[in-house]
Design a protein around this ligand. Structure first.
Ligand SMILES: C[S@@+](CC[C@H](N)C(=O)[O-])C[C@H]1O[C@@H](n2cnc3c(N)ncnc32)[C@H](O)[C@@H]1O
Length: 217
């Protein structure tokens, strides 16, 4: 799907709304889960594209974005990567907090279009990296931010091993996570916790405890 078609799909199937924990950064969001999933089945699945993760600011990403905005010193003046950016919320927060450069790594081309739209909406410069960077040298990034990526075992294991290598080489890695199954059982330090309002449709509950963690080597 071409970026212009992806942007048109996003505009047609979302509305601009404020993430509950990060109201200062509005995003193009699905207001309900069912219609966008149906639209995705009809339009995106035909193009062999993944489900619309980009249409929701996930609880882990919201907690991490909140933490970055409230502690800008974590990213100010630094080269920052938001891995698995989805809507781009965390990269946008880093850009707003004064990152020297905020890059959003995202392999879904529709998400890449959503990140561009959301970054423009918030007047926050964000670069998009669309290759799979797991396993790469990673030395271009001083701070790596990871929102809600521990939902699938093979991905979480591959990602965590790579992130630990980056930490050993000197990077700071911060994770936002609401208790997903494949979050690392050890080697993390909890920095903060936020009650993130969520929808029952998406999370089966009204709120989640969004932890912010620093990954240890
Ligand atoms: C649950 S969403 C999290 C989005 C965002 N970080 C947040 O917290 O709202 C997971 C995202 O990771 C992306 N993703 C999965 N594997 C990836 C990879 N190897 N490289 C970059 N992005 C990836 C998916 O396309 C999806 O948009």
């Amino acid at each position: 799907m071409k970026p212009s078609a992806a942007a048109a799909f996003i505009r047609a199937n979302t509305a601009v709304a404020a993430p509950p924990l990060v109201p200062e950064l509005p995003l193009y969001q699905a207001t309900e889960i069912t219609p966008i999933w149906q639209a995705t089945e009809e339009t995106l699945a035909r193009a062999n594209l993944p489900p619309p993760y980009w249409a929701f600011p996930w609880a882990g990403g919201q907690a991490l974005a909140r933490h970055i905005l409230d502690h800008p010193g974590l990213v100010a003046g630094r080269q920052v990567l938001d891995f698995g950016a989805g809507s781009g919320l965390v990269a946008i927060a880093a850009s707003r907090a004064g990152a020297a450069r905020a890059t959003a790594a995202e392999i879904d081309p529709v998400a890449a279009a959503a990140i561009a739209l959301n970054a423009a909406l918030n007047d926050a410069p964000v670069a998009v990296e669309s290759s799979d960077v797991i396993g790469s040298a990673g030395d271009a990034w001083e701070v790596v931010l990871v929102g809600d990526m521990c939902y699938e075992r093979p991905l979480a294991e591959r990602l965590t091993a790579w992130l630990r290598r980056l930490v050993a080489e000197g990077a700071t890695v911060l994770l936002g996570d609401p208790g997903r199954t494949y979050f690392p059982a050890g080697g993390v330090e909890r920095l903060a916790g936020y009650t993130v309002p969520t929808s029952r449709e998406l999370e089966d509950r009204d709120s989640r405890d969004g932890g912010v963690w620093r990954l240890l080597p």
